[in-house]
Design a protein around this ligand. Structure first.
Ligand SMILES: [Ca+2]
Ligand SMILES: [Ca+2]
Length: 497
């Protein structure tokens, strides 16, 4: 059972409201963050990927959903240690027919997910159900709906605030950063960075201009002084921000970050110690990583010339930031998939030098993973005793992406030094969760509770959605800006007039 500290209080009403949903097939494809391509994008070709590793045996899985064709990808499925191997998934040619939806009928673990190095939207072929979990393992993918002003008007926002669209129709808008009056957003699928401005200060961007292009899988962005840092899968780049807001002297300072695998969207930021922190997700859902830099937070010099592992045992900590008063580093880690509807929690961790946060062997408050095999030379229980427990958690599969401390002055005093997190939303759960923005209330520098801040992206009784929050940042005017990476909307939350 999950410790009471991980009961997702703020999500309880949503779960009640969604009760009665039918259970979809027991098939898996990808990660809460990384699986947007197949169903969600409504036919756009995704990139195929390598097959997932075999897992341990369990209950037989149902047939996988038919996947959208991947761009030349081949999903080689590896069977599990028991049961029949999951069938190979074929992410048929670029823009072609739907991927083969052959079932992984034998019930092997993670076999056949069209994920791998390019993972996004490969296909759902060859899926197989996982076993050995405590809870119900399910998949439910709400259907995508378009953004519209009418749907925007139905969003639920915390009392005293109002939400509007800062920009719309921009595509795969992911991470956000601010410099002066300029708002920058990375677009991973488009491989570029846009600069948005709101010259007349009405909360609606008047222009968007590419300031960097042809950057394959660009994702992370951080600004320190007049310098911007960008992360692709293997590279960190820096550029000078010119007075007109354009990027000059774009230079690669790190060229050998580990390969991506399942989690290839790198994030980075500059800490109060003047070092560059780079989050390197795991290559897999749950596995022993041979490369010691995978599943870690790296700490590098600003020129990229030196780096070391700062903390480890982190499956994929996309969002992280430093508390403005304590300077402590807080980040949210994604729990492994296929363990059930309610485990593991997605974790809030206080990240410290040298600590290990448990993945893939333990989660939450050092609870032992039910599926992964023991590490070399010890039991999972022995290993977990050496790890750092999470401080708080949110509902499993909520998929926290962007995480930022509020740094403006426009919000009420109670919000100063609180954090906000973009919850991208679930697929590996029979009832959808996430698809929202949460406030993480801090009291005297200590995290107290998560609270709903913006919700309502799940519509039609939880069967559809029109937004998946991704990046989040304090805007130039002290509003809160967050991106939606499906319909390309950047939302702005401000104090209600
Ligand atoms: Ca405007
Ligand atoms: Ca952990």
């Amino acid at each position: 059972m999950i410790h009471t500290a991980f009961v997702p209080r703020f999500l309880a009403p949503m779960l009640l409201a969604l009760s009665g949903l039918s259970v979809a097939v027991s098939a898996c494809s990808g990660d809460d963050d990384d699986d947007d391509g197949a169903g969600a994008r409504g036919g756009s070709a995704g990139r195929g990927g390598k097959g997932g590793a075999g897992g341990v045996g369990g209950k037989a899985g149902s047939a996988g959903n038919a996947g959208t064709a991947g761009k030349g990808g081949t999903g080689n499925a590896t069977g599990g240690t028991s049961g029949v191997a999951g069938a190979a998934g074929t992410g048929a040619g670029e823009g072609g027919a739907a991927g083969d939806s052959t079932s992984g009928a034998g019930g092997a673990g993670d076999g056949g997910v069209g994920q791998g190095s390019a993972g996004e939207g490969g296909n759902d072929a060859g899926d197989a159900g996982a076993g050995g979990t405590d809870g119900e393992v399910g998949v439910f993918r709400p259907e995508r709906r378009d953004y519209s002003p009418a749907r925007l008007a139905e969003l639920d926002v915390a009392a005293g605030f109002a939400v509007n669209a800062f920009a719309t129709g921009l595509g795969n808008t992911r991470m956000l950063a601010v410099h002066g009056d300029n708002v920058y957003v990375t677009r991973t699928e488009e491989g570029d960075v846009l600069r948005l401005t709101d010259a007349d200060d009405d909360g609606d961007a008047d222009s968007n201009t590419p300031v960097a292009e042809n950057l394959d899988n660009v994702h992370g962005i951080a600004i320190q002084g007049d310098v911007v840092y960008l992360a692709t899968i293997n590279q960190v780049m820096r550029a000078d921000i010119a007075t007109d807001g354009s990027f000059a002297n774009l230079t690669t300072i790190i060229a050998d970050l580990p390969d991506g695998g399942q989690h290839f969207r790198r994030t980075l930021d500059v800490g109060p110690d003047g070092a560059l922190y780079i989050s390197i997700g795991s290559t897999c859902d749950a596995c022993a990583e041979p490369n010691p830099e995978h599943a870690t937070m790296l700490r590098a010099s600003l020129d990229g010339s030196t780096r070391a592992v700062f903390s480890s045992g982190l499956r994929n900590t996309i969002g992280f930031d430093w508390h403005p008063v304590t300077d402590e580093l807080w980040g949210m880690d994604h729990g492994s998939d296929m363990r059930g509807n309610d485990i593991p929690p997605d974790e809030l961790n206080r990240l410290t030098q040298g600590a290990n946060y448990g993945w893939p062997y333990c989660f939450g408050e050092r609870q032992i993973d039910p599926i992964i095999q023991d590490p070399v030379g010890m039991t999972k229980a022995q290993f977990c005793a050496t790890t750092a427990p999470a401080v708080l958690g949110v509902q499993a599969h909520s998929a926290p992406i962007g995480f930022t401390f509020y740094s403006g002055t426009a919000f009420p005093t109670a919000y100063q030094d609180d954090a906000f997190v973009a919850l991208h939303g679930s697929w590996n759960r029979t009832e959808a969760v996430g698809y929202s923005v949460a406030r993480l209330r801090f009291e005297d520098g200590v995290p107290a509770a998560f609270e709903n801040f913006v919700s309502g992206f799940l519509i039609e009784d939880g069967r559809a959605y029109f937004g998946r929050p991704a990046g989040i940042v304090t805007g130039p005017d002290g509003s809160l800006l967050f991106s939606d990476d499906i319909n390309g909307v950047i939302y702005r939350v401000a104090v209600a007039p």
